[in-house]
Design a protein around this ligand. Structure first.
Ligand code: URP
Ligand code: ZN
Ligand code: ZN
Length: 474
């Protein structure tokens, strides 16, 4: 029997539209958008959206859920992370699976699938490649061709664990491009940074601010330019993750001006916080903002906002990589607590899955930094297009999944870790007062968030076999 749902009287906003309309859903798919659809709706479940904005569910293409770094483990599972995402208006996640050295990427995907089986929102995977030897690359190509994992991630940082040399990065770019995939790059000059870290630690400069001082913006800019040149040589698209520095934005702009298919993402923490946060009174407080790349000064932040407004940056993703501030919350392995207080041993990463849309709505609409359409674009439509999920995800259109968010523009919210649904015990944005409040969230037509109530369940998220990545020109 067909299950119908009608959302009536809302202001339906996509990356291009802004219309007063009803949305009719059948079996989880949008079947009509228009005026006065009530007559068509029959026995549909009805939701009154008068006074509310109806948005497509957010698409967050940068998370690390249930992720083991070797020395620590992120504190959100796919169940808790998905729940946090949903309360923050995100209904699709593309998470990073991780191939360890000597491991086939196909095996790494199998492993990730087991963990992702508890997902509460829809999930896809990128594959972190740390070993690009011949047989590994062959398996990575199979992932792209057959498994819907159409994006690989490589690091030019972390020489002791994750970094690939330029030859391996080039091989990955060429292989991905040939298969209709795209490489996502963590771009920092790991070799130079490693020397700065060693010198700082040897000199006893170990407080959190040295995390930022040993990872200069220029080395993010250098690595970004380098990988873009390698991508050009490989004739493949490339996506730069978590851009934090004006130097990297400049490299992206320079390439895009030459019509090179380069895409770039930034994250809420770089848009709303600065490196002043490293001056916190205690080590533990400063450790909360140890993420890579580090927070930067205001001039970098301004460059990121300009990049979003000018479309030189296309995506805001969270890089949700949560470790609790206190080991008492979920144990040491899920925390930033370490034996010695030195910035270089603190697990890198910070939470953000639940606050992306609320922060951006406040900044975009209430403070006028971006239009509402542009907010939808950078949080849903562009990531869906870049990573092979559009138009199923990332918009509200006939035939799309009915992943919908009802947002009350007259509402207000206050960010607080205590009120969050993630297992994390802190928020980077604690106490921020924000315009707008999310009232309801639907995943494929099913109401999963209703005010403060949770109606989702573990395992209701589906695995998304994605189409080609990087095949669009944004
Ligand atoms: O500090 C960060 N960003 N940790 C997550 C891993 C990565 O580099 O994206
Ligand atoms: Zn990274
Ligand atoms: Zn990350």
């Amino acid at each position: 029997m067909t299950k119908r749902m009608l959302i009536s009287g809302g202001r339906v906003v996509t990356a291009v539209d802004d219309v007063q309309a009803d949305v009719l859903v059948e079996d989880g798919i949008v079947v009509a958008i228009g005026r006065d659809l009530d007559a068509l709706a029959g026995d549909a479940e009805r939701h009154d959206a008068r006074g509310l904005i109806v948005l497509p569910g957010g698409v967050d293409v940068h998370t690390h859920l249930d992720y083991d770094t070797g020395s620590a483990h992120t504190c959100d599972t796919f169940e808790s992370g998905g729940k946090a995402a949903a309360f923050g208006g995100t209904t699709t996640i593309v998470d990073y699976a991780h191939q360890h050295r000597g491991e086939s990427p196909l095996h790494a995907l199998e492993d990730w699938m087991k963990r992702a089986a508890s997902a509460t929102v829809d999930v896809g995977a990128h594959m972190i490649l740390t070993d690009a030897a011949g047989a590994m690359m062959a398996d990575a190509r199979t992932l792209i061709r057959n498994e819907g994992v159409t994006s690989l991630k490589v690091f030019t940082a972390y020489p002791r664990s994750l970094m690939l040399d330029d030859g391996a990065v080039f091989r990955a770019l060429r292989a991905a491009g040939a298969e209709g995939g795209m490489v996502c790059v963590h771009a920092e000059n790991g070799a130079a940074i490693e020397i700065l870290i060693e010198e700082a630690v040897a000199a006893g400069r170990t407080s959190p601010k040295y995390h930022a001082l040993t990872r200069p913006a220029s080395m993010e800019g250098e690595a970004t330019s380098r990988v873009i040149r390698l991508a050009e040589l490989a004739e493949s698209p490339v996506y730069i993750v978590h851009v934090s520095a004006a130097d990297a934005v400049e490299a992206v702009v320079e390439a895009r001006d030459r019509a090179i298919p380069v895409f770039a993402e930034t994250c809420p923490h770089y848009l709303f916080l600065t490196d002043a946060a490293y001056e916190a009174e205690s080590f533990a407080e400063g450790a909360k903002v140890i993420m890579t790349p580090p927070l930067r000064g205001k001039e970098h932040q301004n460059a990121l906002w300009r990049g979003l407004a000018s479309h030189d940056l296309q995506v805001v993703a969270t890089d949700h990589c949560p470790f609790c501030a206190s080991e008492a919350t979920l144990g040491r392995r899920h925390s930033k607590a370490t034996e010695v207080q030195s910035f270089d041993v603190v697990p890198n990463g910070a939470p953000g899955l639940e606050t992306r849309l609320p922060l951006l709505f406040d900044a975009a609409v209430a403070k006028g930094r971006l239009s509402l359409n542009r907010m939808v674009d950078i949080t849903a439509t562009a990531p869906a297009k870049l990573f092979g999920l559009f138009p199923r995800k990332g918009t509200i259109a006939v035939g799309s999944d009915a992943d919908l968010v009802l947002l009350d523009p007259a509402g207000r919210s206050r960010v607080s870790a205590a009120g969050h649904h993630s297992r994390i015990d802190y928020s980077l944005f604690e106490g921020f007062e924000l315009a707008g409040a999310i009232r309801k969230v639907f995943l494929r037509g099913r109401l999963i968030v209703d005010g403060a109530e949770w109606h989702g369940r573990a395992g209701m998220g589906t695995y998304l076999k994605r189409g080609p990545s990087g095949a669009v020109r944004l």
